[in-house]
Design a protein around this ligand. Structure first.
Ligand code: 5MM
Length: 345
């Protein structure tokens, strides 16, 4: 796959006001979400759940790419069709999470380093042959007393850059995801400072590792106060500081920025994305898109509840959230969209 093709795929992932749907929860995370909703935690339930998601009617109108997990990319629909084929037939690009998780970092109490570089070249080759055209790697940065440390930021940034270079060698678009977590009491200003430092470090490492910025997508957090910070902020304030931070640290060559939701409610994530596009879209060098997991899936998961009879209602809820985010990319989202949906349920 030539660099030209990689750049074309990166552009397609953020074209037409669409965004990405992350269904790449590892088995542990997926089981945790199932347990919270009282759904049995078996491989067959995970397969059925993912089949429900990827067969949502018209999903390709709002979603450009779906991020899978190693177990999921090997699974098939009940009728025997490989998930990757079903996704491609729906006009959506299949992608794959390739990190193997954030582990405790030696010498850095309370901090994490993401693992998965060993053997990555061979795994990427296999995923490409299976039909994946982009990949994802997530680094986790925690704000707390005395953290994040420079050591943690640099090690994670270097791993992200080495992963991204390997992806482009294998013909895959790297989604580069440095997530500054919402957990904690920190203020929005502290989140701004840390996010800026992390992004500047990541782009420095991407340059050192010779990653072509035109052939990647950045998946960052929005700049937010911590979940337990006493001072929460308006949708407009979050939009303003998030864009200010990104403008300082993200080169114009990057085609798109697709936010993670990080535990925000679906409605808030859509409202904040909308506000950024309303206020700044025409002034920005990159597209502002979405790559949400919980903020798209959560209502559908709760409605589905592991039961066949609920599939259609769950798919409507999933489509609704995906479509709210597409409209938010155009700056046309309002809370009225939620009311119409609730009236229809
Ligand atoms: C931050 O998480 C990513 C986006 O999800 P949200 O929109 O819910 O924040 C998501 O792709 C995430 O990386 C995976 O779901 C994480 O799975 P594991 O199991 O590896 O933590």
């Amino acid at each position: 796959m030539s660099l030209k093709e990689i750049i074309k795929t990166a552009k397609t992932l953020v074209a037409d006001d669409k965004g990405l749907l992350a269904i790449d929860e590892s088995t542990v995370t997926c089981n945790k979400r199932f347990a919270e909703s009282g759904i049995p935690q078996t491989e067959e339930f995970r397969r059925t759940y993912r089949e429900m998601i990827i067969t949502t009617p018209d999903l390709g109108k709002c979603i450009s790419g779906i991020i899978l997990y190693d177990e999921t990319i090997r699974q098939k629909k009940k009728d025997g069709t490989l998930f990757v084929k079903a996704i491609t037939d729906a006009g959506i690009i299949p992608g794959i999470k390739v990190d193997i998780g954030a582990k405790d970092m030696a010498g850095h109490r309370r901090e994490k380093i993401t693992e998965g570089l060993d053997g990555l070249r061979d795994r990427l080759r296999e995923y490409f042959q299976m039909g994946a055209r982009f990949a994802k790697w997530r680094a986790v940065i925690t704000i707390g007393n005395g953290i994040p440390s420079r050591g943690c930021i640099e090690a994670n940034a270097q791993a992200l850059a080495r992963y991204a270079a390997l992806c482009q060698e294998a013909g895959l678009v790297p989604i580069v995801e440095p997530e500054v977590l919402m957990n904690g009491e920190h203020t929005m200003e502290q989140c701004f400072e840390v996010t800026e430092e992390v992004l500047r470090t990541v782009f420095n490492q991407l340059y050192i590792q010779r990653v072509t910025l035109e052939g990647m997508i950045l998946k960052p957090n929005m700049v937010l106060p911590g979940l337990t910070c006493p001072k929460q902020e308006s949708v407009e304030a979050v939009a303003d500081v998030t864009v200010e931070c990104l403008l300082r640290a993200v080169p114009a060559a990057v085609p798109g920025i697709a936010f993670l939701s990080g535990g925000q409610s679906g409605e808030l994530a859509s409202a904040r994305l909308n506000a950024m596009n309303v206020r700044f879209k025409s002034l920005l060098p990159w597209a502002l898109a979405f790559s949400f997991a919980r903020a798209i899936q959560q209502p559908a998961l709760e409605i589905w509840h592991g039961e066949e009879a609920n599939v259609s209602a769950a798919q409507q809820a999933l489509y609704h959230r995906a479509s709210c985010n597409r409209v938010a990319r155009r700056g046309g989202y309002t809370s009225l969209m939620e009311k119409t949906q609730n009236d229809n349920m």
